[in-house]
Design a protein around this ligand. Structure first.
Ligand code: SF4
Length: 228
């Protein structure tokens, strides 16, 4: 799946943006390859816990080619994951830095960096097929999901339905600390525990709306629900 994903060019606006940023910034990062392509999910494909963000950041994951790697949002997230026992180290600088995730995978509903971190609804829907494939892959072992922000929450719910979990109607609302357990539609798989957490963007972390303690607390609860 990853080798096909990194070649995807289905969203013209995002393809133009991710490649333009890479072209313009490559000189400033001469010692490394500036990725500038779709960013695949990171972590084991038999994970029990999935973390769902929004989209790669232009100078973070779009530069390094790994989810939440190389920017302040990632620094915040991996430090919290390390505290919760889900990562081997609190820092993430580049592919090959030794970081390992324990029973946890990180992905996003949009795999290419969008201008101003704002994908359109059409781009979200165009990218849905990749998220569906990832969920299908994880589905046998997946027990819990932490969604960072309302965009990811809205994007994920229909994918969970397609993957065979029952999403209640009306749909559960996103909020920090929101949690809901989704039963299997057929009884063939384990129920899925879904948790909401504010996104780890600087907009939230610099203003104190989201602290590391708050993030670690959600991750610990989700890890426990996932049996980690
Ligand atoms: Fe392809 Fe998703 Fe990137 Fe669109 S956002 S080009 S669907 S990988």
């Amino acid at each position: 799946m990853d080798s096909l994903l990194v070649e995807c060019r289905a969203c013209p606006r995002l393809v133009e943006w991710r490649e333009r940023v890479a072209r313009e910034k490559r000189a400033a990062f001469r010692d490394e390859e500036y990725w500038g392509r779709p960013v695949p999910g990171f972590g084991p494909t038999d994970a029990a816990l999935l973390i769902v963000g929004l989209a790669p950041a232009a100078h973070g994951a779009n530069r390094t080619g790994r989810m939440f790697t190389g920017d302040r949002s990632g620094d915040f997230l991996y430090a919290a994951m390390y505290e919760a026992g889900l990562a081997s180290q609190p820092t993430a600088t580049r592919i090959g830095d030794g970081l390992e995730l324990f029973g946890t995978r990180i992905t996003s509903p949009v795999h290419c960096a969008p201008p101003a971190n704002k994908p359109t609804v059409t781009e979200r829907d165009t990218c849905r097929g990749w998220l569906e494939q990832e969920l299908a892959l994880l589905s046998p072992t997946l027990r819990a999901v932490v969604v960072l922000g309302g965009f990811g929450w809205q994007a994920l719910l229909p994918v969970l339905t397609a993957a065979g979990w029952v999403v209640p109607s009306p749909r559960p609302k996103f909020g920090h600390g929101a949690s809901v357990t989704l039963p299997s539609a057929t009884g063939e798989k384990a129920p899925l525990h879904l948790f909401g957490c504010y996104h780890v963007s600087q907009q939230n972390t610099f203003t104190g709306r989201l602290t590391r303690e708050m993030t670690t607390a959600v991750l610990r609860t989700a890890a426990q629900a996932a049996g980690l």
